[in-house]
Design a protein around this ligand. Structure first.
Ligand code: RFL
Ligand code: PHB
Length: 392
């Protein structure tokens, strides 16, 4: 049995946990990250691709932006298509801001690579993790590493362990409220080393359902299509998916779809979820541990970034100035931004997907909204300011 102490025990080394760990360490606050998966597993998960300023600003502030500055692609706009009609949302002209394409995988790698030199300890493969005494003055986390039981005592626990992690369950049900909305489809994604079909992202709706043309670099593409929840990855040989992507994008994209061997293919269900409260005793939740958005609009990782910005501010105020108000205000401050991102992701999902039980009237509502959007700078601005990220 090993036992030791830190100021903040951080559970999970996804973007939320890693960013929080670096932000606290930069202020001299002691913390340890406990991660169930292996380093290789964490570094190879293919997920988000689009970063808002809130996320890139954190990387700048941490001085961990060198590779991102060099490799990220700055996007001045993106496209919404319905059938062959495509509307370009000029986010730069409409908001003065841009987003960047830089994979979550790359961000995670940069944060993990910088951990040793910043003396940020990450315990990978921490098994059987459990939270104790979160409503007491002496919380602790127990886990097993290489078969040896370990205890980490701390002042605070940051639950950054994603949707399936144990932190949220440490909050008594009767003190919390759950909001859940499930969508009747998932996204099938493919990553391949082929040039993107278009210079900017295209979110496309049409009679065959939703599809997204995204990218990671000028030579690496990321595509998604909407699939019924009953479908399995085995139902989708690569050629079937490429055929489908050609049908969706060849008539509307600049360069047409280039096929290539898949580096990764996976199916993710779509859901909207908020867990209120994000604070109980000495436990604070951040990122996917407390909320999920459907990926339409690319908000998930960026919300994790705004949560940990607020949480690190609050912990710094506690340790530097003994100011408890920021910790008490964390949940409300985070939720105000979360609900607006929930709304945007939900409304873009509704506009851009084919719903199995959709009737002719509901389809006409999508057509009318796209037509309105194509003619209304006011509506384009509303979409653009949400896409680049609402103020923090
Ligand atoms: P993560 O990334 O899930 O990290 C949680 C970590 O906790 C660990 N963990 C545990 N550790 C110890 N003990 C336990 N018992 C544990 N249980 C879990 C896990 O192993 C993991 O390492 O949550 P975090 O940090 O809150 O980050 C959230 C983001 O990962 C997520 O919101 C985004 O990926 C969502 N998302 C997107 N977000 C964007 O901002 N832009 C995008 O373009 C975008 N595209 C996407 C996405 C998510 C997708 N999927 C797969 C759901 C596209 C897709 C397809
Ligand atoms: C991605 O490139 O993985 C991506 C981009 C935009 C989204 C979701 C995912 O809205």
């Amino acid at each position: 049995m090993t036992a030791r102490r830190t100021q903040v025990a951080i559970i999970g080394s996804g973007p939320a946990g890693l960013l929080l760990g670096h932000l606290l360490k930069a202020e001299g606050i002691d913390c340890v990250l406990l991660e169930r998966a292996s380093r290789d597993h964490v570094q190879s998960r293919i997920r988000a691709g689009v970063l808002e300023t809130v996320t890139t600003d954190l990387m700048h502030r941490l001085g961990l932006d060198e590779r991102m500055n060099r490799e990220a692609m700055v996007e001045d706009g993106f496209n919404l298509a319905d059938g062959d009609q495509m509307v370009r949302i000029d986010i730069k002209a409409l908001t003065g801001k841009t987003v960047v394409v830089y994979g979550q995988t790359e961000l995670t790698r940069d944060l993990i690579a910088a951990a040793p030199q910043r003396e940020l300890e990450i315990v990978f493969e921490a098994a059987d993790l459990a939270l104790h005494g979160v409503d007491s003055a002496h919380p602790k986390v127990t886990y097993t590493k290489d078969g040896v039981p370990a205890t980490l005592e701390c002042d605070f626990i940051a639950g950054c362990d994603g949707f399936h992690g144990p932190s949220r369950r440490a909050i008594p049900q009767h003190l919390a409220r759950e909001y859940m909305h499930e969508y009747p489809f998932g996204w099938l994604g493919i990553l391949a080393d082929v040039p993107p079909c278009h210079d900017e992202l295209i979110y496309a709706n049409g009679p065959r359902g939703f599809a997204l043309a995204s990218m990671r670099s000028p030579t690496r593409s990321r595509y998604y299509i909407q699939v019924p929840l009953t479908e399995k990855i085995e139902d989708w040989p690569e050629d079937r998916l490429w055929d489908e992507l050609e049908l969706r994008f060849n008539t509307i994209s600049q360069h047409g779809v280039t096929r290539g061997p898949a580096l990764e293919m996976s199916i993710a269900p779509l859901r909207s979820y908020v867990f209120e409260t994000m604070h109980y005793g000495r436990l604070f939740l951040a990122g996917d541990a407390a909320h999920i958005v459907p990926p339409t609009g690319a908000k998930g990782l960026n919300l994790a970034a705004s949560d940990v910005l607020y949480l690190s501010d609050a912990l710094i105020a506690h340790y530097r100035r003994k100011d408890e108000n920021a910790l008490l205000g964390y949940c409300d401050r985070a939720l105000a931004r979360i609900w607006k991102s929930e709304r945007f992701s939900w409304s873009l999902t509704k506009l851009m997907h084919s719903f199995p039980d959709q009737n002719a009237f509901e389809r006409q509502m999508q057509v009318a909204e796209m037509d309105y959007l194509s003619r209304s700078p006011a509506m384009q601005t509303a979409i653009a300011e949400n896409y680049v990220g609402l103020p923090v």
